[in-house]
Design a protein around this ligand. Structure first.
Ligand SMILES: NC(=O)c1ccc[n+]([C@@H]2O[C@H](COP(=O)([O-])OP(=O)(O)OC[C@H]3O[C@@H](n4cnc5c(N)ncnc54)[C@H](OP(=O)(O)O)[C@@H]3O)[C@@H](O)[C@H]2O)c1
Length: 401
């Protein structure tokens, strides 16, 4: 199908992984392409294939190292010099680097990564966005990451660059709201590309479960076309990270992410055992309190209440399973930690149960007394959940210490 034959999409990082999959989707919809990366031969061959397969009018290859000074200006000049109007800009090119920041990673590599992941991305956005705003038409997709909204120990600088991309993009969403230009952040979880090999993280636990880059590209493409501000690629499992990032304690998030970035064959040591327990409890509490809070939301119908109750009981058993799994993996020497975690879990469960029943009653009252009471009980529930969360957080910290 050739529906967008007059339009052009410029994709950085189009030679492999997510960028390559995105290029295929644009080609399928008939976009002319500008493909940017360092591997010219690879890009040329890929571009020729897409052109032939989809009957595209024009595919332009730009061989450029985007980690270098003025790279964005060079790309912009080369493209506009050929009279090409870029209707869609995809800032996909990016790299990571694995290791302890203080003692292991190399500054030259980190500096190049910061340049590629943030400076070039920002400069390309500035140059092409100016033209888009002048035309009052255009779309931009920026590759952020799930680590844009979470800490990522052992890939600290990478996480910093992706947090930048996310915040930068969301700020521009607001600045562009009165135009026909949209900007979208794509937040993939760990994805099966060359990324982890290049980052020196090929033997880490995170690589044991990777998402399909085809799926990630499809989710990003769909959100971009709809002009959505952001999308976490994948199903509920990935999307729940976004919720947890906002409500789980930083210690628990750090513990989970650190574990992911450690070598696959790492021995189970004390800190990781404690971390697992803390993470499990943090996640459990987050799920339970989140559900209790949602249950008192103003529009809760009898049907929704039933659904929430069902979800609540599922969450409870999932959490119990998770706890049992973790318990099995705890060595005898860590029985102290286990006991303390059990105590915390009991408190957490009771607290969440109380909140749930308070929430249920409050929702019933609200339902009965109509809209007027809604604001008040929502704010009560919010405060209740906040209080519960503070005590849970304290309990988790106590369990870890
Ligand atoms: N894979 C994941 O788990 C994951 C998760 C979240 C976000 N992301 C983000 O997704 C984006 C794409 O990564 P990917 O997973 O698809 O990895 P990938 O397969 O390694 O692709 C990276 C792309 O960036 C290009 N690139 C790297 N350094 C470059 C440079 N200095 N100048 C120009 N182009 C350069 C590469 O092309 P050449 O090497 O040919 O130059 C390649 O096309 C990145 O921004 C990454 O941070 C990835």
């Amino acid at each position: 199908m050739n529906t967008e034959s007059q339009k052009t999409a410029l994709i950085t990082g189009a030679s492999s992984g997510i960028g390559r999959e995105l290029a295929k989707l644009f080609a399928k919809d008939g976009y002319n392409l500008v493909l940017v990366a360092r591997s010219e031969d690879n890009l040329q061959q890929f571009g020729d294939e897409l052109k032939q397969q989809h009957g595209l009018q024009q595919v332009t290859i730009v061989d450029k190292d985007l980690s270098k000074e003025n790279a964005a200006r060079d790309v912009y000049d080369e493209v506009t010099g050929q009279g090409i109007t870029v209707n869609v800009l995809v800032n996909d090119a990016g790299v990571g680097l694995h290791g302890m920041f203080a003692t292991e990673t190399d500054w030259e590599k980190e500096s190049a990564m910061i340049h590629l992941n943030t400076i070039t991305l920002t400069h390309l956005t500035k140059l092409f966005l100016k033209d888009m705003v002048a035309r009052n038409e255009g779309k931009i997709l920026n590759l952020a990451s799930i680590v844009s909204i979470m800490p990522n120990p052992l890939m600290a600088v990478y996480a910093g660059t992706k947090a930048y991309v996310y915040n930068f993009t969301q700020s521009l969403v607001n600045e562009l709201k009165d135009t026909n230009v949209t900007i979208t952040a794509l937040l993939p979880n760990a994805t099966d590309t060359d990324f982890f090999n290049k980052a020196g993280a090929e033997n880490t636990k995170v690589t044991e479960k990777l998402d399909d880059p085809v799926m990630v590209a499809k989710d990003g493409y769909k959100a971009l076309m709809k002009g959505e501000a952001k999308v976490v690629a994948g199903g509920l499992g990935n999307k729940s990270y976004e919720v947890l990032a906002h409500i789980a304690p930083e210690e628990a998030l750090n513990a989970m992410m650190r574990k992911n970035m450690e070598p696959k064959d790492e021995e189970l040591d004390g800190s990781s055992t404690n971390s697992s327990l803390a993470w499990g409890i943090g996640a459990a509490a987050a799920i339970l309190i989140g559900i209790a809070a949602v249950a008192v939301y103003n529009n809760t119908s009898a049907y929704d209440q039933l659904r929430y109750r069902y979800k609540f009981s599922r969450a409870k058993s999932k959490v119990a399973n998770a706890f049992n799994n973790m318990k099995d993996s705890v060595a005898d020497t860590w029985s102290d930690a286990e006991n303390s975690a059990k105590k915390t879990w009991a408190n957490t469960k009771d607290e969440a149960k109380d909140r749930w029943s308070a929430g249920k009653n409050s929702a019933k009252d609200t339902w009965a007394s109509g809209k007027d009471g809604t604001q008040e009980s929502w704010s009560d529930a919010r405060h209740g959940a906040k209080d519960a969360w503070s005590s849970v957080r304290k309990a988790v910290v106590d369990a870890m210490s």
